[in-house]
Design a protein around this ligand. Structure first.
Ligand SMILES: NC(=O)c1ccc[n+]([C@@H]2O[C@H](COP(=O)([O-])OP(=O)(O)OC[C@H]3O[C@@H](n4cnc5c(N)ncnc54)[C@H](OP(=O)(O)O)[C@@H]3O)[C@@H](O)[C@H]2O)c1
Length: 231
């Protein structure tokens, strides 16, 4: 099933964001690979493959890249969309069990780091004309702590640092790295009001952009990228 179509890999794809991002790229002619725990290989088609993966194991990321290359080709766009949180006592955040902290950190950061590593290896195989874009779905917690969501904020903050560093380091090679963060028009967190289509639209624009833009892509539905004062 090798292909000359560009390839998108979404790690952690679900109904609220991942499916819309997949649809937006498919409409641009991309073949799509979805990796999550519940997807089934039996549902593979010529244009969309499914790679059952549990991102609490960073090795699953390496496996997903091998699989997508074998079945539909080297991904030129990689979206890391999985997120994990274990809510804690807002007045006693350090009571969070270390096992929960470690598992969630692996999903929010360590596996995202491995995905960015694997993306760079993939981008090296591709021509300069390919999109060569890595996007991590974040939220406002890299800027502002939310009392009951300590481990989410730790993971998003750490990965924001990785994205900021990679955006600067690989700019001259033409590889782009972004931290996507949907906000409301007033700059507050989108949280339950997130819009999958708005993510799809922005992520396609970032992939189609010729040069690295602001690594921290705060954006608003119907507006697109919008810079806000630090929360
Ligand atoms: N800007 C904001 O305010 C805002 C608001 C909400 C969410 N977000 C961010 O958006 C991202 C996705 O949110 P969503 O859940 O609503 O989107 P989604 O696209 O509907 O779902 C993401 C999918 O990730 C998969 N996933 C979770 N843990 C996984 C694991 N250990 N291994 C493999 N796959 C895993 C799940 O699928 P399976 O069950 O099949 O594994 C889940 O359905 C998160 O990173 C979240 O932090 C941001």
């Amino acid at each position: 099933m090798s292909s000359t179509s560009p390839v998108l890999l979404i790690l952690g794809s679900g109904p609220r964001i991942g499916s819309h991002v997949a649809r937006a790229f498919a409409a641009k002619g991309y073949k799509v690979a979805l990796a999550s725990r519940k997807v089934k290989e039996a549902d593979n088609t010529a244009d969309q493959i499914n790679i059952p993966s549990d991102l609490s194991d960073p090795n699953s990321v390496v496996n997903a890249f091998s699989k997508v290359k074998e079945l539909i080709g080297t991904p030129s766009v990689v979206v890391y969309n999985a997120g994990a949180v274990t809510s804690n006592d807002a007045k006693d955040p350090l009571s969070l069990p270390v096992a929960d902290f470690t598992r969630d950190f692996t999903i929010n950061t360590t596996s995202a780091f491995v995905a960015a590593q694997q993306a760079v290896l993939s981008f090296k195989e591709l021509p300069d004309s390919a999109a060569r874009t890595f996007i991590y779905t974040g939220n406002i917690t890299n800027e502002i702590p939310l009392a009951p969501l300590l481990d989410l904020g730790v993971g998003k903050s750490a990965t924001a640092h990785i994205i900021q560093s990679a955006a600067a380091a690989y700019k001259d090679k033409g590889y782009k790295f972004y931290y996507g963060d949907e906000r409301k028009a007033d700059g507050s967190a989108a949280f339950m009001d997130i819009d999958g289509e708005a993510h799809g639209k922005l992520y396609v624009e970032l992939a189609e952009g010729k040069e690295q833009g602001p690594w921290q892509q705060t954006f608003v539905k119907g507006v697109g990228y919008k810079q806000f004062p630090h929360a």
